[in-house]
Design a protein around this ligand. Structure first.
Ligand SMILES: C[S@@+](CC[C@H](N)C(=O)[O-])C[C@H]1O[C@@H](n2cnc3c(N)ncnc32)[C@H](O)[C@@H]1O
Length: 246
């Protein structure tokens, strides 16, 4: 069973000894997220990636109260850019959904499969592309966190998300946005901060417009955090939207 600590970290029960678990986790260094275990082991004491996120569940905790997750028990969650699977493992453990995660890093997928097994969850973590992965109308909720701005074709990815959702399902989206005074302007940020995996900081307005064009309703901006250190007019935005019932 998974519990969340007050600091928004992911905490997992394990029967492994600290020594055995540490040696397993060392295979996947460096670690980018804080995950703690019942035997006292924590990824924060292993080699860390920079940046290292201590608030592993902060995005999922922001959307949690806004989406009727209790009513989705027995359903399915799709985690786009699932990384170590922390968000979908948490949702699966708390609300009884089956998780599918997709990512293009085999290291992340191996970790997600290992952690979900430790949490006693039958997860599927698959090598698939966020732009094109579609299992039509299969998912009650799509978590699309921290990945949209890494895609060359973000509008295609949001169209695929629409297709993945069951009628009545929810999108929870977190991404880097460009909030220029002209809301139609988006920022092509390839190699921004010397990062070749960066592509588009869309504006919130453009994302909202595209979601509405797909058919999404009840599009709500939950949080906008200015990120001046990422550049002028850059922000991280969390929003939700619902695919209406037919
Ligand atoms: C910044 S991390 C976000 C991790 C997690 N979703 C979160 O927000 O905590 C972005 C993730 O997207 C993955 N990714 C990048 N491009 C992708 C693509 N085309 N398809 C699927 N995943 C991708 C990366 O490997 C990485 O795990």
């Amino acid at each position: 069973m998974t519990v969340v600590q007050e600091d928004f970290g992911l905490h997992l029960q394990t029967e492994k000894s600290a020594e055995e678990l540490t040696s397993r986790l060392k295979e996947y260094e460096p670690w980018g997220h804080k995950i703690t275990f019942s035997n006292g082991v924590s990824t924060e004491n292993l080699e860390r990636r920079v940046p290292f996120n201590e608030f592993t569940l902060n995005k999922v905790k922001t959307i949690e109260a806004e989406i009727p997750l209790e009513s989705m028990r027995g359903g399915k969650v799709l985690d786009i850019g699932s990384n170590t699977g922390h968000n979908s493992i948490y949702i699966a453990a708390q609300y009884g959904l089956s998780p599918t995660g997709i990512d293009i890093s085999q290291r992340h997928l191996d970790v997600a499969n290992m952690l979900s097994e430790m949490a006693g969850i039958e997860g599927r973590y698959l090598f698939e592309n966020a732009e094109t992965f579609v299992e039509a109308e299969n998912y009650d909720i799509v978590l699309h966190f921290g990945t949209l701005y890494h895609l060359p074709n973000p509008l295609l990815a949001l169209k695929s998300t629409w297709q993945n959702l069951k009628p009545g399902g929810y999108l929870a989206l977190e991404t880097q946005c460009y909030e220029h005074e002209d809301p139609n302007i988006c920022y092509f940020m390839h190699m921004h901060n010397n990062d070749k995996s960066n592509f588009w900081a869309l504006s919130t307005h453009v994302i909202e417009t595209w979601l509405a064009l797909q058919g999404f309703a009840d599009i709500k901006i939950l949080k906008t955090v200015k990120m001046d250190f990422l550049g002028p007019d850059m922000a991280r935005v969390i929003m939700i939207a619902q695919k209406p019932e037919y």
